[in-house]
Design a protein around this ligand. Sequence first.
Ligand code: URA
Length: 220
Amino acid sequence: MGEVIIKGVVDKVESNKNSDEFNFYEALKVKETELFRNCNNIVVGKGNLNADILFVGEAPGKNEDLQGIPFCGAAGKNLDKLLERVGLSLDDIYVANILKCRPPENRDPLPQEISEHTPWLLAQIRDMKPKVVCSLGNYATKFFLSLGDVGLMKKQPGITEVHGKVRDIEMEYEDSEGNVHKMDFKLIPLFHPAAIIYNRNKLTPLWLDDMEVVKKEIEA
Ligand code: URA
């Protein structure tokens, strides 16, 4: 019998869960969580850490969990295509997520999980100092509109209302030594590339227009 190739099945890479890289405070907090215990890989980010633009998605999906790379499945392919249409690539942005580990069955993130995983995201923002943060979809957008106060997320407007609108965000982040880091950036919410797959005709032109706003901010 010939070799059976199952379409769409991604090989698991060696897990990064025990990597020495992840022994700092914010990563150790993630390692205490149930999501970490049940995931295959920690998904930190990809792209250019010196870029002016940070994209923030929701959480790793199945492919991302198996590869340890964000946006490497269907949503990621769409993101690549969308970026190409506005003349950008992974060299111009960095991409990370609210959650560093995949929620079971891709369910929505729980408030406690967001609280446990976002110190790492905030540490990434502190180090990267992006000019613009593009929150992809509702969860990331509501997290930033709440200035990181997870209890306030439900009260925030949804992505349909705020996409493409520029907001000045000032956030504080306290590290493990009690040092307070002040961070400021422009927030520009964008529709999530996965949502665009299901509503291409309507959402693609809106996303492309919103990215022109992002490009103007970077050039300003
Ligand atoms: N969706 C996300 O929000 N993040 C990923 O990494 C992949 C899909």
